[in-house]
Design a protein around this ligand. Structure first.
Ligand code: ZN
Length: 263
């Protein structure tokens, strides 16, 4: 009887495919002697590879204009040191864009889907390019433009900047869900890419924070869903800029404007 039980157990063990692997672990010291490759044969993707893969998976366009020479408003004015760059700076374009945005002074542009193109991320300049895009934040900010005509306070037409000759209804175009998602992805790309270059992104602000004329830039939707998304420190508020209103996630009791409190 005992012999029968023993034979059963031997059959069970020898049919177990992991047995020899378990025996091997008893004489394999590589893991604690530092002989194992830390990535076990796999390399982390670079931030650019990760961005490209995400765009492919989502069906978004990715256009790289970082090496495209240009003149005029959209050109770079100089360079910055990576250690001086510490903030993401979010904008809305305030108009719809039919081109790839070469005349826009931004590091990147997130275009909305149209009949002729998918939601598209355009990389316009290298991170170290000094641009006239974010007023007082130019020396330290990475300028991210989202193609939108968005309300400063969600749903409040009084807070939509409208050009002469257009009605609110004609002009209003909040960022799409895909643009919000793509903008978050771009933010993460910059955080990772600056880190890869031995710098650090610690803050995340809005154009409103760096010039008094940009009260509604980028608007509540982008400010709450993109600017605040990565859990970075807000701002800073600089030059003639204003702090985020309470409805953008700012401190308690800060109104949107003298006319509209926002709550
Ligand atoms: Zn702006």
């Amino acid at each position: 009887m005992a012999q029968e039980r023993w034979r059963k157990r031997v059959t069970m063990i020898s049919s177990n495919a992991t047995l020899w692997d378990r025996v091997r672990t008893l004489v394999d010291f590589s893991a604690w002697k530092g002989h194992l490759d830390p990535q076990d044969g796999f390399e982390d993707p670079t931030p650019m590879e990760a961005l490209r893969a995400t765009c492919e998976a989502q069906g978004w366009g990715l256009v790289d204009h970082r090496q495209t020479p240009r003149r005029g408003r959209g050109r770079a004015r100089g360079t910055r040191k990576i250690e001086d760059i510490y903030a993401l700076w979010y904008h809305q374009t305030g108009c719809l864009i039919s081109s790839e945005g070469l005349s826009i002074p931004a590091h990147s542009l997130i275009l909305r889907r149209t009949d002729t193109r998918p939601t598209t991320i355009v990389l316009l300049h290298p991170i170290r390019a000094y641009l006239y895009g974010s007023h007082h934040a130019n020396p330290f900010a990475i300028t991210i433009e989202v193609e939108a005509c968005a309300a400063g306070v969600s749903g409040d037409p009084r807070t939509l900047w409208t050009p002469k000759g257009k009605t609110v209804a004609e002009h209003w175009a909040e960022a799409s869900e895909d643009q919000i998602m793509a903008t978050r992805i771009v933010g993460q790309y910059y955080i990772d890419e600056v880190a890869a270059q031995d710098g650090a992104v610690t803050h995340s602000g809005n154009h409103r924070n760096s010039h008094k004329s940009r009260v509604s830039d980028p608007g509540q939707e982008i400010a709450t869903r993109c600017t605040r998304y990565h859990g970075l420190l807000p701002g800073p508020v600089i030059g003639s800029g204003r702090p985020d209103p309470t409805v953008w996630g700012g401190d308690e009791g800060i109104p949107y404007s003298w006319r509209v409190r926002g709550w």
